[in-house]
Design a protein around this ligand. Structure first.
Ligand code: ZN
Length: 266
């Protein structure tokens, strides 16, 4: 599933292609949006919030898309076969005279007034990649928001209502970097530990936003059974959350071992 860093990279690509351009073709292949058109409107900007993409027009409309598991956006030169969008997986097309942005396999698509974006995003926690991200206040929300402090650290990091933008990769990588047990209860951590954890996730994501996906450098994610880079113990995996919403979290059972006397989810 794409995480906040991928959304930022996508937003930057689409922003470069469309900002300041007039839309000459718009298609929303989505049940409730079949009749909606944004033709003739000018793109003000393309932004990301957590795992959400927002394409805003200068006259106050927003196209909101969520990529869910397999979604992606790509840009093709208008008039080329790739820009035609003939694939049945293409759900959104927004084109200027020069460039066409196409959204495939989208998990969610809305067109709303920009002033009403909050109806779609208001339940989310702070965006971990926002320039004004305040890690200390986000740490308090990470611990107490949503279902409260009695969930594991892994689940808290994945819960977009607590903090927006982190998925399985950065949850696992930041917990490993801080040597924290993913299954310890978030309520058993103090605010400074959680602040440091969020800042670690943010800085790793920022590196990828700045240098591309090649800068990811995963130490535990996707490395089941391979030796830990620190202690050579085999990397393990366990599911966070319950079916059907379970998500794999990779970790080192030794570097991230439970500490005696500290509550964790079993
Ligand atoms: Zn280890």
């Amino acid at each position: 599933m794409p995480e906040g860093d991928v959304l930022r990279l996508t937003a930057t690509r689409l922003d470069t292609a469309l900002r300041g351009s007039i839309l000459v073709r718009t298609e929303f292949r989505w049940a409730e949006l079949g009749a909606v058109s944004l033709m003739g409107r000018e793109v003000a900007e393309v932004a990301a919030y957590g795992k959400n993409l927002l394409i805003r027009t200068t006259d106050g409309w927003t196209v909101h898309a969520h990529l869910r598991m397999e979604g992606r956006w790509f840009v093709a030169r208008t008039g080329t076969p790739q820009a035609a969008g003939r694939s049945p997986f293409v759900r959104a097309v927004l084109a200027s005279e020069r460039w066409t942005a196409l959204g495939e396999h989208l998990g969610m698509l809305n067109v709303v007034r920009t002033r009403d974006e909050n109806r779609l995003l208001g339940h989310l926690g702070p965006d971990v990649l926002a320039p004004a991200f305040d890690a200390a206040s986000a740490a308090l929300r990470l611990r107490d928001a949503s279902e409260g402090p009695h969930v594991s650290l892994a689940e808290a990091l994945l819960d977009q209502k607590r903090v927006a933008g982190i998925g399985t990769i950065y949850a696992a990588e930041s917990l490993f970097a801080r040597r924290m047990d993913p299954w310890r209860l978030v309520g058993a951590c103090d605010a400074s530990e959680l602040t440091a954890l969020l800042l670690t996730a943010r800085s790793r994501m920022e590196r990828v936003v700045a240098h591309g996906l090649g800068a990811l450098d995963a130490r535990v994610h996707g490395r089941l059974g391979r030796p830990c880079v620190r202690c050579r113990t085999a990397i393990a995996v366990r599911q966070a959350r319950r079916p059907p919403y379970e998500r794999p979290i990779f970790f080192c059972p030794r570097c991230q071992a439970p500490q005696a006397g500290i509550s964790r989810s079993e």
